[in-house]
Design a binder for this molecule. Sequence first.
Ligand code: 4NP
Length: 157
Amino acid sequence: MKPISVLFVCLGNICRSPLAEAAFRREAQGAGLDIAIDSAGTGDWHVGKPPDPRARAEAMRHGIDISSYRARQVNLQDFGRFSHILAADHQNLADLRAMAPPDGEAALSLLLDHVEGLEGQAVADPYFGEEDGFAETWQQVSLAAQALARKFGVQER
Ligand code: 4NP
């Protein structure tokens, strides 16, 4: 079986998926999991840019510096490189399904499908809102990060 490797995907790769990546990196490290982790966007508007300043501030509130992250767009190779691709919302998931090659091995799902009680829900998109929206996003992605670390921790053993 392919080693577990995880790609978090949102639209711009500057708000939700970098926060999910940061939260999951922390959980995976804490759980001693050796997992390849990355994030990407379905869109290309922000490619090469660091995360949104409000996302960077939110991560810093949790002691994580994501200022070195750079946005990139999802590509076809990602479907072979990653065992799991986790979409922030339903549109991201639909876009991923539409571009997935027939032989793509990655399992596609909504990020919050992995959180008991939040199945089928989208991660709140804070981009067009106020700074406090990022706190809600953080809450959601950290719940998902914890759930994924538990799940993959059990699978790796
Ligand atoms: P993200 O947020 O998908 O969580 O990174 C957004 C970033 C940029 C845009 C929308 C959402 N935008 O329209 O440029």
